[in-house]
Structures are given as structure tokens and as C-alpha cells.
Design a protein around this ligand. Structure first.
Ligand code: HEM
Length: 454
């Protein structure tokens, strides 16, 4: 009998399905946790196929995933459901567009995310880490929900690097419009992925459309004001994107295209990074030996100051904790594609129109690919070359790999190193989080830790 029960020796896990779920059970499972529809056998097999009103396949084989994400990219566009869900919020932006409309936007945005530009943005991350440390210093000896803290800290960063210095831009309003929209629309579309018939009641469709329209109008005004006033002294993501153009056609983004992409950066980049940090903190509290070793590294490098972009390369153990947190709790726990042509993957017939899911959560815990997959062991990443390509996909891969991966990793290392150098984090007994995926894989209930300044 496969074991997915909670264990004191293993960090928390999603209880994967051990029996085939009928359509009704799948629907009720998916409402509470999308990952609970992943069969446990997905951690032991290269492919699992089924039919819940729609034909679907879950693909856990690195070579087949490479085919989908690299070799036959155009045959496996992002699933219609994903696009329909996000389009009202972020338009035909980089995240959603396909074919030539995606290509020119990617070519235009790629230079924004160079290593040099990331280093220029690093002081924003250092200041956000300082502010977070100052808040935590006031909660000495108390249990703190580090999930909320990390969401506040990463929003601090993304707000600052998108619409910085614009007094008229209400970041909190944009933040809540996006959050509300995604959480309403997310519930709708997951039912659609599994092929629920149209008459199945969907929760509150599009209740937050008005707030989203307001947020877009505000973003447009912010972009136009910046375009008129010229770049800030230290260019942020908006300045860089305003200055960019497609190197092949010279095409520049319109205000609406700039806005959709900036909102995409906020949607795709802020909560995901907060989750990586919240899960990393949960894990170092779960394993105090790892925490001590990480603290030694951080204190040795930082000598009392907050981490900067230049410190990141000297903090490899902190980085491997984040890598391992992204393996055990990938914020994008599954991605899905729609097959545009008949194909064969892992010996299984794929028909045009089939939904092809890459359950990153199950891939990262596959017994075929990882030793003791449910164990927390940052040393797996001591030698990155040993990690099999397409077996580890927290940021996806191929041409549509996450454009913000180095931004997110730099931010996570700066914040985690700064906090570990200054505080001890201890688990609060009986308050382990529940890994629940709605659109992203969140620690439900929060990450409650006792924080002690050192
Ligand atoms: C730890 C944090 C992050 C994680 C785990 C993450 C994960 C992902 C994944 C898995 C994809 C590919 C989705 C697919 O193939 O279906 C993706 C794409 C994307 N991400 Fe991220 N992301 C993170 C941070 C960021 C940040 C900070 C930004 C921007 C500032 C960002 C912007 C994007 C964009 C624009 C795409 C679409 C790229 C394209 O299709 O060309 N992400 N991300």
C-alpha cells in the first residue's frame, strides 16, 4: 500500500489519490485541492491517462516532457482553460500568447531580465529584506505567520520594480483586484480542466471584473505618466520595458501591451516567490540542523549586514534550500497543455484535443527519478549537473521557461539569507501547514513559526 500518511520524519505531503476517482469524486477533490486528483501511481509511472468527460494524460517522463516543451512546442500550446482563465486579467501577454505574438513579446522582454539588470534591481530586494527583518524584530518570541510576511515582502519588491515612485498608483488596490480575480476565476476553470459538464454549478463567476478594470485603468495612467516623464535614475522593469523593442522588427509595446505584461509580472512573480520563501522557512524549521548550517553560511558572508545581489554567488547552501523547497513544493504544481495534433508519448496514443498535464508536484516526487523523493535534503543540489534536465521543472523549461527565474531566485536568496542570519525559526507544534493547490501550491493554514532574534 503506498504511504502518503503524515510522518514525523518527512515534511508535509499532499495525500495523493490511491483509488481511481470517479468524475464526481474528482470534482469534489479538485474543489479543495487540485493536487489531490493526482493518482499516487503518478509518482511511480512515466504516464497515467484517463477520461473524466475529456481525455487527459499526466506525463512524468523527462524525455516526453522535453518533446512537449521543446521539440514539439507548437503542437502543445498552453491549455485553452489556462488561457481563458487568465486572459481577462492579463490579456494576450507573454504568459498567454502563442506563436508569433508570443515570440515578439519574448524577444522584447528577454533583455529586461539580463543578469546585469537583475543586479541593478537587487537593492530593492535588500531593502525589502531589511524592512521584513525590522517587522520580525518586533515579534520577538511570538508565533508569526511567515506566509503573510513573505507575501508582504515580495509584494513590496514587485510593486517597487514595476510602478515605483508613482504616487498616484495604488498598489494595494491592484494587488487585491488581482488576488480576488484569480481566486474566483481559478475555481471555475479547474472544474473545466477535468471536463465538468456546463450545468455543474461554478462558484461566483467573474465577481471581481470591475476591480480588475479599475486596476488596469490605473496601470495605464501610471505607464503614460512614466513615458511622459522619462526613466527613473535607476531603471525599473517598467523603464526597461518602455525602452525595449523587438530586435527583429523594432516593434514597441503599446500602453495596453505594457500594462498586460507588467500585470503578468505581478501575477506570475509575486505570490510564487513568496511561496518559495514560506516553504523554505517551513523546511528549515522542520530540520534545525539544516537551519544551523545555513545560518553559519549566511552570517559568515554577511557579517551583520543584509544580503545584496553581489552576495548571492557566495551563498550556495541557502540557494540549495530554495531549490529543494521548489522541488518539494513547486508553486506551479501542475501545468497543462492541449495537444494540437495526434502524437505518441511513452507509448500512449495522444489524440488532437487531449489535455496533457505535467504534474510538476508528482514529477518532483517520482520514485523513478529521485532517491527518497519525499525527504528534505538540500544537498541533492550540491552538484547541479547531477540533476536530470526535465526531471526538475519549478520554472518549466524550453523556450517558454519562466522569464523571471533569475529575478525570483536572486530575491529568494537575498531575503532568506538576511532572515536566517538574524533570527532563529522554530516550528509551532500542531501547526504544520497543509499543502493545497488551487492555482499555486500554498501552505494552507499559514507557516506559523516562533521567531527569536539572535
Ligand atoms: C519562484 C518563483 C516563480 C516560479 C516558481 C515560476 C514558475 C513559472 C513556470 C512553471 C512557468 C512556465 C509555465 C508553463 O510552462 O505553463 C513560468 C512562466 C512565466 N513566468 Fe514565472 N515563476 C516564478 C517567478 C516569476 C517572476 C518573478 C516573474 C516576473 C517578474 C515571472 C514571470 C513569468 C512569465 C512572464 C512567464 C511566461 C513566459 C513565457 O511563456 O514566455 N515568474 N513561471
Amino acid at each position: 500500500m503506498p504511504d502518503t500518511a503524515p510522518s514525523p520524519h518527512l515534511p508535509v505531503r499532499v495525500p495523493l489519490a490511491t483509488q481511481e476517482l470517479g468524475i464526481w469524486k474528482s470534482l469534489s477533490a479538485v474543489r479543495s485541492n487540485v493536487l489531490a486528483v493526482i493518482p499516487e501511481v503518478a509518482t511511480r509511472m512515466p504516464i497515467v491517462s484517463g477520461n473524466t468527460g475529456k481525455r487527459w494524460h499526466m506525463i512524468m517522463d523527462p524525455d516526453a516532457i522535453r518533446t512537449m516543451m521543446l521539440e514539439r512546442l507548437d503542437n502543445y500550446p498552453k491549455s485553452i482553460v489556462t488561457k481563458n482563465l487568465l486572459r481577462p486579467a492579463i490579456g494576450e501577454s507573454l504568459f498567454i500568447a502563442e506563436g508569433s505574438h508570443w515570440r515578439w513579446q519574448r524577444r522584447t522582454a528577454a533583455p529586461v531580465f539580463t543578469h546585469r539588470n537583475m543586479l541593478t534591481l537587487a537593492p530593492v530586494m535588500t531593502r525589502a529584506a531589511e524592512r521584513c527583518a525590522a517587522r520580525l524584530a518586533n515579534s520577538t518570541g511570538h508565533a508569526v505567520n511567515l506566509l503573510d510576511e513573505m507575501v508582504a515582502t515580495t509584494f513590496d519588491v514587485i510593486g517597487e520594480v514595476t510602478f515605483s515612485g508613482d504616487g498616484t498608483f495604488d498598489r494595494a488596490a491592484v494587488h487585491s483586484a488581482i488576488e480576488d480575480y484569480i481566486s474566483d476565476a481559478g475555481k471555475v476553470s479547474l472544474l473545466d480542466i477535468l471536463g465538468a459538464p456546463d450545468w455543474v454549478p461554478r462558484p461566483g463567476r467573474m465577481v471581481s471584473g470591475k476591480a480588475m478594470r479599475h486596476a488596469k485603468a490605473m496601470a495605464d495612467r501610471g505607464i503614460e505618466a512614466r513615458a511622459a516623464q522619462g526613466p527613473s535614475k535607476i531603471p525599473d522593469l517598467l523603464d526597461l520595458l518602455l525602452a525595449g523593442s523587438d530586435p527583429e522588427t523594432d516593434r514597441k509595446m503599446t500602453t495596453a501591451e505594457l500594462r498586460d505584461n507588467l500585470l503578468t509580472f505581478i501575477v506570475a512573480g509575486h505570490e510564487t516567490t513568496a511561496l518559495s520563501l514560506a516553504w523554505s522557512l517551513y523546511l528549515v524549521a522542520f530540520d534545525p540542523k539544516v537551519q544551523d548550517r545555513a545560518r553559519e553560511e549566511a552570517q559568515g558572508v554577511l557579517q551583520g549586514r543584509a544580503a545584496t545581489g553581489d552576495d548571492v554567488a557566495a551563498l550556495p547552501y541557502i540557494r540549495s534550500i530554495i531549490d529543494e523547497a521548489l522541488r518539494l513544493y513547486p508553486p506551479a504544481g501542475m501545468v497543462s497543455r492541449t495537444a494540437m495534433a495526434d502524437d505518441e508519448l511513452c507509448g500512449q496514443d495522444i489524440r488532437k484535443g487531449d489535455t496533457c498535464i505535467i504534474p510538476i508536484y508528482a514529477l518532483h516526487r517520482s520514485h523513478l527519478l529521485w532517491d527518497a523523493p519525499d525527504t528534505f535534503d538540500p544537498d541533492r543540489f550540491a552538484n547541479r549537473k547531477e540533476i536530470k534536465r526535465y526531471a526538475y521543472l519549478p520554472f518549466g523549461d524550453g523556450p517558454r521557461i519562466c522569464i523571471g527565474a533569475s529575478f525570483a531566485l536572486q530575491e529568494a536568496v537575498i531575503i532568506l539569507a538576511t532572515l536566517l542570519a538574524r533570527f532563529r525559526f522554530e516550528a509551532v507544534p500542531g501547526h504544520a501547514p497543509d499543502p493545497v493547490m488551487i492555482l499555486t501550491l500554498r501552505p494552507q493554514g499559514g507557516v506559523w513559526l516562533t521567531v527569536t532574534p539572535l
